[in-house]
Write a protein that binds this ligand. Structure first.
Ligand code: ZN
Length: 193
């Protein structure tokens, strides 16, 4: 299998196991050249489904495309690649389980958003800004506000990004964006704290 990182075509299978109740085999592979680790799936061809885009065009569901999209949203965030792949795996499995031959791209996007909301707030906002095509700053602020509310509601002590040596402590990554955005909204007259 060609390495998605360096295109070398020799690899080593690290792990192989059945998933989706035996409907597929998941293999973790390690590139023999650059040691990049990636996952492949083997399944009966009829198990796939199509994604219907907004303009009505259809294309086969591409797991890799979704992984790339999530990885981009999670860039420089404390979200490990394995978690991204697991997330995509779960979304794909859920979509396969619906038994539908066609799934709307908006359905896929909504599932990604929901997953990212729980994974990482910054990644969530990044993906939302691309996916929802924010047309103005108010939409953006509204999304931030909803995110704030949902985080306050669940009040989970979200895992602190462990500060890497040589970089600023994690707070400037997350706190800054959301805080300043909501502060800029003139509706926020009742200043908290
Ligand atoms: Zn490689």
């Amino acid at each position: 299998m060609r390495c998605p990182h360096c295109s070398h075509d020799e690899d080593r299978v690290l792990d192989s196991r059945p998933v989706r109740d035996g409907a597929a085999i998941r293999r973790r592979r390690e590139c023999a050249s650059c040691q990049h680790r990636f996952t492949t799936y083997e399944y009966v061809e009829t198990g796939t489904f199509s994604v219907v885009k907004k303009d009505g065009r259809r294309e086969p569901f591409q797991r890799d495309k979704l992984v790339v999209g999530l990885a981009k949203a999670c860039e420089k965030r404390p979200v490990p690649m394995t978690l991204i792949e697991e997330t995509v795996d779960r979304i794909e499995t859920d979509l396969v389980r619906t038994g539908r031959a066609e799934v709307k791209s908006s359905d896929v996007g909504a599932r990604v958003l929901e997953a990212l909301r729980l994974l990482d707030p910054v990644a969530y906002v990044r993906f939302a800004s691309v996916y929802l095509h924010f047309s103005d700053i108010r939409q953006f602020q509204e999304t931030i506000r909803q995110l704030h509310d949902s985080m306050a509601a669940s009040s989970e002590p979200s895992s602190e990004p462990s500060s890497e040596p040589g970089s600023e402590p994690g707070r400037e990554q997350g706190g800054e964006q959301s805080g300043e955005q909501s502060g800029a909204a003139d509706e926020t007259t009742g200043s908290s704290a």
